[in-house]
Design a binder for this molecule. Sequence first.
Ligand SMILES: [Zn+2]
Length: 111
Amino acid sequence: MSLPNCPKCNSEYVYEDGLMLVCPECAYEWNPADSVEEEDGLVVLDSNGTRLADGDSVTIVKNLKVKGAPKDLKQGTRVKNIRLVEGDHNIDCKIDGFGAMKLKSEFVKKL
Ligand SMILES: [Zn+2]
């Protein structure tokens, strides 16, 4: 049986530790039975816990202050064609009247 590469750093030196798999390079541990990772390994959930994907459309679930913008982003604003990215603000998108920006997935809901 061959072990998968580390989903975080793609190391091939993963080893088994009981039920867990452990990566010696970035110290990431995971249970291979937990989930089947997508190719990019990026899991982004909306405010309802629904998994989001590139190209999804979402709505904003609360009014959000936008740095440098003259107005708030209103609850109910639709955002089309999102792109998932790594990090704290894990959705890359373009919003009419605001331009390109990043959102936190916890503040959106999948349409
Ligand atoms: Zn690793």
